[in-house]
Every structure is written in C-alpha cells, then in structure tokens.
Write a protein that binds this ligand. Structure first.
Ligand code: NDP
Length: 311
C-alpha cells in the first residue's frame, strides 16, 4: 500500500489510456496509469486488428496493446496493475483509492475505462455463465473445436466472432433479430462466403437448455407476427456480441448521457467536473474504434496539459 501524488491519474489501459499516458509522460506530467480489470482493454480479446493505420498486414490485439504499454513506459509512465475503486470528486486534488489499498492524490484525472459486453438479460445467461455462455470468442472459442455454436448479434463484432469461431467449430449459427446485418459490407461478405456459418434472420433467443451446460437455445422467428415460429437449436456454446455498456459505475459525480456514455463539453474531453477528462469508448457512443480511442487519448492529454497550465 502506497500514497501516490500525481499531476495526472489515468484510469484504463486501452488505446485511449495508453495514448494519454504517452502524451502526458512526454509532457513531463509524470502520469500514473491504473490498468483496471482488463489490462489492455477490449483489443486483447479480439482477433487481428486490420484497420489500425501503420499495420498493413494487421496485428494481433494483445501484441498491439503490449506495444502501446511499452511506448508509454519508455517515456516514464507509471503503469500499475490495480483497479481504482473510489474517487472523491468534490475537491482538487482528487483523492482516490485502489483495490490494493493505494491512496492517490491526483491534480487531474483521465477516465479511459472503455466499455463491457452486453448480455440479453435472460436468467439462463447467468445460469450457464462459464458453462457454455460467453461474450468473448477469442477467449473461449478453443473449447468448441468441432462443436456447434451460436453467436447473437448482427454488427461487426458478431461477424468477427462468427468468423473466428467458424475456424474452430463445426457449425456456427448467427442469430440476428432483424432481417439484415448491421456490420460493414466487407465483414458481411466474409460471413456470407463462409460455408459453415448459417444466418438465422428475424430470430430472438428466449432461453437456453442443457443438463450440465448449454445443449441448446429456445428461439422464436418473426416474434409477434402471424408467422411467429418457436423452435429449438442444438448448440454447445452461446456467444453474445450485441454491443457494449460504458464502464462508469464508480464515477457517480460525472454526467452521462441516456445510454450511460460520459458527456464531454465544448469539443474537448472535459467532463462536467473541472480537472476530469474522458477519452475512448467510455465517452464515445458513435465511433468506438481503436484509432478514434487513441486520438481521444491524445486530446485528453493535451486538455490536461492546458488545464494544468491555466490552474
Ligand atoms: P453494434 O452496436 O454495431 O451492433 C450490435 C448488434 O447487436 C446489432 O446487430 C444489434 O441489432 C444487435 N443487438 C443489440 N441488442 C440486441 C438484443 N437485445 N437482442 C438481439 N440483438 C441485439 O455493436 P458492435 O459491438 O458489433 O460494434 C460496435 C462498434 O465497433 C461499431 O461501430 C463497429 O463498426 C465497431 N467494430 C469494428 C470492427 C472492425 O472494424 N473490425 C470489429 C468490431 C466492432 P440491431 O441491428 O437490430 O440493433
């Protein structure tokens, strides 16, 4: 347990957090970065990143985040593996606590805590969590070699997960509630072209069944219409890919929008609390890309620098 004083506390270790750390450390602000629950953030549970400029052949997400971290540490960022659990936003310096008992006094804070996977809210998801239900194909796909799995969702994440799983599993079902995919055209085409992916359009999941783990899903096609049809699908794994929820639980004093994303003001990364800035997916309901998160981390660092100069 330590008492730490810093000009800039960065919470979160995705592209936004590490970019903020690179910029603030190069500006001699001696940033302290707490990695949080998922060191490296969401990119560590995705497959290859093909759209981050500078990597023409693509790069593995975990490898890319290790490089972000190395670059931040090269300039002296103090990266810690713990989780910030409490913050008093009522006066500056902000007083914070970490799960290992560290006490931190920070002149400014950059919140870069990202977002977490959403679930459908079915009691069966809880019942079978870790027993066939997962929100991370890269983490758990290995268990479903030569088996049957379903992925719920119609966005880029769902397509990416389905494609990844199709290289391991015998059969992949993509359960899509509308009659179209929302994913980018290139991802859609890859899914259409993959022989062992079957898309179930207009389909909703209402439950799961199985003795000691998932053995199948109860589905409804054309729910609420005259053609409504209930059927069961035999599967061994059920993967959620229906979007994310921003991680803001401990930031009760920080204003969020109706979907829970942190509000920023005046085209900057400033939040409603002076000296507190937000960057990346936690404050971005619209773009949510690694490259935009990195850009947002840079902006937050520059905002911090200016704020400290003015105060
Ligand atoms: P999206 O919000 O884009 O898509 C969510 C999908 O889940 C939609 O098809 C949505 O259906 C469906 N969905 C949401 N709630 C439910 C529910 N309760 N029941 C059934 N289906 C549901 O999220 P993603 O995570 O796919 O993508 C987020 C962002 O990240 C996007 O901007 C995406 O482009 C980007 N991304 C880019 C990648 C890349 O370029 N390689 C990879 C992954 C993500 P509906 O359409 O009916 O609302």
């Amino acid at each position: 347990m330590e008492t730490i004083k810093t000009k800039c506390l960065i919470i979160g270790s995705g592209p936004a957090g590490y970019t903020a750390a690179i910029y603030t450390s190069r500006a001699n602000l001696g940033p302290v970065l707490y990695e949080g629950m998922q060191p490296g953030g969401q990119l560590t549970i995705t497959t290859d990143i093909e759209n981050f400029p500078g990597y023409p052949q693509g790069i593995n997400g975990t490898e890319m985040m290790a490089q972000f971290k190395e670059q931040a540490m090269r300039f002296g960022a103090d990266v810690r593996p713990n989780i910030i659990t409490k913050i008093d936003f009522s006066s500056r310096p902000f007083r914070c606590e970490a799960d290992n008992g560290d006490k931190i006094e920070a002149d400014t804070i950059i919140i870069a805590t990202g977002a977490s996977a959403k679930y459908l809210g079915l009691p069966d998801e809880e019942k079978y969590r870790g027993m066939g239900v997962s929100a991370c194909a890269t983490c758990d796909g290995f268990f479903y070699r030569k088996k049957k799995v379903a992925v719920v969702g119609g966005g880029d994440t769902a397509c990416e997960e389905a494609l990844y799983l199709s290289t391991l599993a015998k059969q992949v079902y993509l359960i899509v509630r509308k009659d179209y995919l929302r994913a980018s055209k290139v991802m859609q085409q890859r899914v259409f072209d993959r022989e062992n992916i079957t898309i179930l359009f207009n389909t909703n999941t209402v439950g799961l069944f199985g003795e000691d783990g998932v053995e199948g899903a109860h589905l409804i096609r054309h729910k609420g219409t005259p053609e409504e049809e209930k059927f069961d699908l035999e599967i061994d794994g059920f993967f959620l890919a229906i979007g994310h929820r921003p991680n803001t639980d401990i930031f009760t004093a920080i204003e969020v929008d109706e979907a829970g994303y942190i509000k920023t003001f005046n085209n900057t990364s400033a939040t409603n609390v002076e000296g507190v800035f937000a960057a990346g997916d936690v404050a971005d309901p619209r773009y949510r890309q690694a490259v935009t998160a990195a850009g947002a981390g840079c902006k937050a660092a520059i905002d911090v620098e200016r704020f400290l100069l003015e105060h």
